[in-house]
Design a protein around this ligand. Structure first.
Ligand SMILES: [Zn+2]
Length: 174
């Protein structure tokens, strides 16, 4: 779902969680203890830069640094919820990426996310929202995303400069 734009790619830089029914951590106490993982830079900064370099190489327009709200779904949001998310600074709303982005950081993995903007949100779209519209947009954008991922991996090197691998240093796990 999109708050302002449709059928575009966005590179997500900030996240907000509105989902509550999913496991959120590998560290729920007990023998493993707890880990207060740093979320200052929620997504891998090096990975995001490589994706932007790849998008430039391919001539794709990718908005860098969108603020993403993850909802529980699978229903679409109401117009009132969309207005609330806008006031909180959201650019995009979706139903994935959280908790994956948090769990990846807990494991010290580099993780970045490309948002496929598939439709306008409730209260913004001039028509009722449908799953068919989302699927049609995903089909259209999917080819570009596959090219972008391929180009990203061609540019990626093991010596990227980021802090992801040190995120769980405190607990010494994984
Ligand atoms: Zn990283």
């Amino acid at each position: 779902m999109c708050l302002r734009i449709s059928r575009q790619l966005s590179l997500i830089g900030l996240t907000r969680r509105e989902s509550k029914g999913r496991p959120q951590t590998f560290y729920e106490g007990g023998k493993r203890g707890v880990l207060h993982v740093d979320r200052t830079e929620p997504y891998c900064s090096a990975g995001r830069q490589v994706i932007m370099d790849a998008s430039e190489q391919l001539g794709f327009a990718v908005k860098n640094g969108a603020c993403y709200v993850c909802t529980e779904g699978p229903r679409f949001e109401t117009p009132a919820e969309i207005r609330m998310f806008q006031r909180l600074g959201a650019d995009l709303v979706g139903m994935t990426s959280i908790p994956e982005v948090v769990l990846a950081r807990e494991l010290g993995m580099c993780y970045a996310s490309i948002g496929m903007v598939t439709n306008e949100a409730a209260g913004i779209a001039a028509h009722p929202l449908t799953h068919a519209e989302v699927m049609e947009s995903m089909k259209e954008l999917g080819v570009k995303v596959a090219q972008l991922i391929q180009a990203t991996f061609e540019l990626w090197t093991p010596s990227q400069n980021c802090l992801c691998a040190s995120a769980n240093r405190e607990v010494g796990k994984f």
